[in-house]
Ligand binder design. Sequence first.
Ligand code: SAM
Length: 328
Amino acid sequence: MIDPFGRAITYLRVSVTDRCDFRCTYCMAEDMAFLPKSDLLSLEELDRLCAAFIRRGVTKLRLTGGEPLVRRNVMWLINNLGARLGDGLEELTLTTNGSQLAKHAENLARAGIRRINVSLDTLDPENFTAITRWGKLAPVLEGIFAAKQAGLAIKINTVALKNINGHEFSRLIEFCGQHGFDLCLIETMPLGETGTDRNEQYLPLSEVRARLAADWTLTPSTYTTGGPARYFHIAETGQRLGLITPLTHNFCEGCNRVRLTCTGTLYMCLGQDDSADLRTPLRATEDDSALDLAITNAIARKPKGHDFVISRTQKRPALARHMSVTGG
Ligand code: SAM
């Protein structure tokens, strides 16, 4: 699948549920309204959709959400997708908040997952509960260590939040260095109403990098996962530090991905509203001809880039859709 700007689309992110057991202040409102369960694609339908994308050239699949590990029977889907590894699919991976990881880590490894991203914004238990509103740090740490024990490579994703976790990044670098994890810092993106002012939360990573460079030897690295992060090698720990800066650095030129929601809507860009309905063609026929045509038409509409702006004058988010819908 080649889009109008010559980019090969080889990466599909699948949000398997919009539900989550946390309510992170930058991601969701506390009183989020979730989709009725009847709107969700079944796990069999999600598997069939993923298979169609793999047949069309997708080599990398990431399951996300909401929280992917809170979807009932999600291991069924993960095992099925894992069985496609080596048969067109080259990598199956997962982004999780870690709350259910202790229970699932070994099964994830057994299904063929080799690396996962775990979101962790702080190592302070009180701060953790303040940021996630509902979460507890201890089970997440337990999950992270269970995943390490199961042999999964781990990247910690941390959203940079002004006056909230900015003082903790050196501690997170140390923690990741100690345990052999990579760390990726992410700027907040203006997606969905959360009940908090994004201007208050936005911390430019250009500032953070300058501050960290005083304590750590950061050398720009050519390492890439094909994603939006720019990586640095940290001499003192031997690990990598990634920076994802959607607002200070446009990362669209090399975009190789599209995003599927749990209702079968395909978003061709995280930062644009245009979408394609794949549920109707999926359910229309048992063969995939209508689905294939809908995928072809959608890829032909992939936009050049996003228009994220966090503006002082505009209080509303750039997009009404929350990250938990499209899958972060
Ligand atoms: N529940 C899983 C998790 O916590 O990783 C997967 C879904 S979550 C939406 C994926 C990632 O998006 C998390 O790392 C989260 O911190 C990040 N995220 C959510 N809302 C964001 C926003 N507005 N700006 C930047 N990152 C965001």
